[in-house]
Design a protein around this ligand. Structure first.
Ligand code: GLA
Length: 429
């Protein structure tokens, strides 16, 4: 009885032990699976996702070898010049030259490399304007202009001159009479006549001195800039030039440029908004009147500061056709394409929406296709800059982000670049 009882007790102990061992094994297996699942989940988590409510990784995940997702924003790529993309100037070699407006500092470093790859024409954004070249009477400042010309020569590029005459960025000294008083205030007719003569002499000296200096290096000249303003009396901009000399300043500047530069010099009258019929037609009337008097005008510079919303490409081309009808050349002299409509003062910020960049690409494609088709009446296309890191549109009409060119702030090709060099989408990697 006692032996039988012992056997029963041993059997019960053995069974309980076995159950306990099995239970421990099952529990351990479950724990191991939980840890594995957590590790897999963490690997699959997108960058920037978090694992617990307070945003910290759980201790299980901290212990795993998988790196913790970073919460830092992706850094911007470094600026660089992409050498493995087509050169815009080479793509358009059979059509017309491609240019860019630059400051002298851009003749060095990465910006210079970008220019060397893509353009074969340069224009000074500022350093050849009247106030930069002759800041005070008889005091000519050549250093910056010379530097640009030298850079262009070293790299087989041509230079355009911008601009011999303008109402803006011009020294006030031009318009002071012999006693230092503003010429525009003069009411005495004899003195007004003397002032006009003095101003035209100063202008002639300015033009001759510059053209003589650069005539062997520069062929294409903006002689006068922005003289038309449909809202002003007679549709002529009511500048000091016009108030003091009427249209004689235009005639004097072109004649002096021709005499100093010879027959080789190509002389342009430059303006913005030339697609606008009122402005275009007033400019046409002026140019025709000048040509009829024998004033040597070779072509019209269309600045072409446009935006995503206007003007139409057809209106730009129609204007060129109209001037071509007078036997004149056309140039696109200051091309850029703002992301904003002209009366929009908002700022979209530095993270530019992709749809705007694609819209910009579509419009650039349409524009350059029209330029290609009309190459016989279009002598060249110059951008008013080269990459989005440097543009007057970042401070005009308000300070904000704008991105008007084919290259972004890192100097990398934008969708607009590909639309221009590869409109059918065959080459783009
Ligand atoms: C006008 C002038 C240029 C330049 C731009 C804006 O278009 O012709 O020289 O000043 O304005 O920067």
């Amino acid at each position: 009885m006692i032996r039988k009882g012992n056997k029963l007790i041993y059997s019960i102990i053995a069974a309980v032990t076995l159950i306990a061992v099995v239970a421990v094994l099952i529990f351990n297996k479950h724990q191991a699976e939980t840890v594995n699942e957590a590790a897999v989940l963490q690997k699959e988590a997108p960058a920037g996702s978090v694992n617990t409510e307070d945003g910290q990784p759980s201790s299980t995940l901290e212990a795993s070898a998988t790196p913790v997702p970073s919460l830092k924003p992706t850094p911007m790529p470094e600026p660089s010049v992409e050498q493995d993309i087509p050169s815009i100037a080479e793509v358009f070699a059979d059509y017309f030259p491609i240019g860019a407006a630059i400051e002298p500092s851009q003749t060095e470093g990465l910006k210079a490399d970008l220019l060397k790859k893509h353009v074969n024409w340069l224009v000074a954004e500022n350093v050849m304007k009247p106030d930069a070249i002759q800041p005070s009477e008889g005091n000519f400042n050549w250093a910056n202009a010379d530097r640009m010309v030298a850079f262009a020569k070293e790299n087989g590029m041509e230079v355009r001159f911008h601009t011999l005459v303008w109402h803006s960025q011009v020294g006030a000294w031009f318009f002071k009479d012999a006693e230092g008083k503003p010429m525009v205030d003069e009411t005495d007719s004899t003195k007004r006549e003397a002032n006009k003569k003095l101003l035209l002499q100063r202008l002639e000296k300015h033009v001759r001195t510059i053209v003589e200096r650069y005539k062997d290096d520069i062929q294409s000249w903006d002689v006068v800039n922005e003289v038309i303003e449909p809202a002003d009396p007679d549709g002529m901009r009511a500048s000091e030039w016009y108030k003091i000399t009427d249209t004689d300043f235009i005639e004097t500047a072109f004649r002096a440029a021709r005499e100093a530069g010879g027959a080789e010099a190509k002389l342009y009258i430059n303006d913005y908004g030339t697609d606008n019929p009122a402005k275009r037609d007033r400019l046409y009337e002026l140019v025709k009147e000048m040509l009829d008097k024998g004033v040597p005008i070779d072509g019209v510079g269309h600045q072409t500061h446009i935006d995503l919303f206007g003007p139409t490409v057809n209106s730009i081309i129609d204007s060129m056709k109209k001037f071509a009808g007078l036997g004149l050349d056309n140039l696109v002299t200051e091309l850029d394409m703002s992301l904003y409509a002209w009366n929009d003062r908002r700022d979209i910020g530095s993270d530019i929406p992709e749809d705007l960049l694609l819209k910009q690409a579509d419009r650039y494609r349409e524009l350059f296709e029209a330029f290609r088709v009309n190459k016989d009446i279009l002598g060249g296309v110059v951008f008013w800059g080269i990459a989005d890191d440097h543009t007057w549109l970042n401070s005009f009409p308000v300070t904000r982000t704008n991105a008007p060119f084919l290259f972004d702030k890192q100097l990398h090709a934008k969708p607009a670049f590909w639309a221009v060099v590869d409109p059918s989408g065959q080459v783009r990697p």
